[in-house]
Design a binder for this molecule. Structure first.
Ligand code: HPA
Length: 246
């Protein structure tokens, strides 16, 4: 049985309940991943866990070596990846503390190493990215949420900004006009790189704040912390069921 890859974001630098059997530090042709790959069993199922921002949560979204991370997971035999990411809520029903399983992406990032198909090519390669997330893996996450009795919003467009600063209120207005329901900083190029290596990839977005201008006042770390705690408790329950369905 192939291991399920889990990429943990802000609030998920460690996977509680993972019985680690091996910690592997890999060097890839694209540089070093954010940290060691943790091989082990989670609820009795094989899992490889990687903390996107590093064990110390010190790598900001624009500095994450997404190519090394995805390449490393592929290299150790992972073919399905569940990504967990903290986001801001734009749409009125994307409330802090809630979870969403997005189905679309819009890219506002720049300057990131975003492809494996940039150099040393035999021919130019374009991947299909009509549906950026694996429909099967998304369904699995939605089913896991149902079994865990965790409410999730099934669907939503995730706008990916460059960060690390949060957005201005007018930038969020623009994202909303573009059709974004959520805003975060890490889904791209991660999802596209996963597609380039033919990995099945889906995300569980944890809404930790109202996006800029959508809530009362400023977005403070303490506010984010509060909702992060609430959301991650739900993520843990969802993942426990998800690994059993893979
Ligand atoms: N914007 C971008 N990324 C984020 C946010 C946000 O409001 N919250 C958590 N990640």
């Amino acid at each position: 049985m192939r291991a399920l890859g889990i990429v943990g974001g802000t609030g998920l630098s460690r996977l509680e309940g993972l019985e680690t059997t091996q910690q592997e530090t890999l060097h890839t042709p694209f540089g070093d991943p954010s940290g060691p790959l943790r091989h082990g069993r989670f609820r009795g199922r094989p899992v490889v866990f990687l903390a996107r921002h590093g064990d110390a949560h010190a790598i900001p979204p624009h500095q994450v070596n997404y190519r090394a991370n995805i390449w490393a997971l592929h290299h150790v035999g992972v073919r399905r990846v569940i990504a967990v990411a903290a986001v801001g809520g734009i749409r009125h029903d994307m409330c802090p503390g809630g979870l969403a399983i997005p189905d679309q992406l819009i890219d506002y990032t720049w300057g990131r190493s975003h492809t494996f198909f940039g150099e040393n090519l035999d021919s130019v390669t374009h991947i299909d990215f009509t549906n950026p997330y694996s429909p099967e893996l998304r369904e699995l996450l939605i089913e896991a949420a149902r079994l865990a009795a965790v409410e999730v919003t099934a669907g939503g467009t995730y706008g990916v900004t460059q960060g690390p600063r949060l957005e201005t209120a007018r930038e969020i207005d623009r994202l909303e006009r573009d059709g974004c329901d959520l805003v975060g900083m890490t889904a791209l190029p991660e999802a596209a790189l996963a597609r380039e290596l033919a990995l099945e990839y889906a995300a569980c977005a944890v809404i930790v704040n109202w996006a800029a201008g959508r809530g009362e006042g400023e977005i403070t770390p303490s506010l984010i912390e509060r909702y992060l705690g609430e959301g991650m408790g739900k993520v843990a329950r969802l993942l426990e069921h998800a690994v059993a369905l893979v």
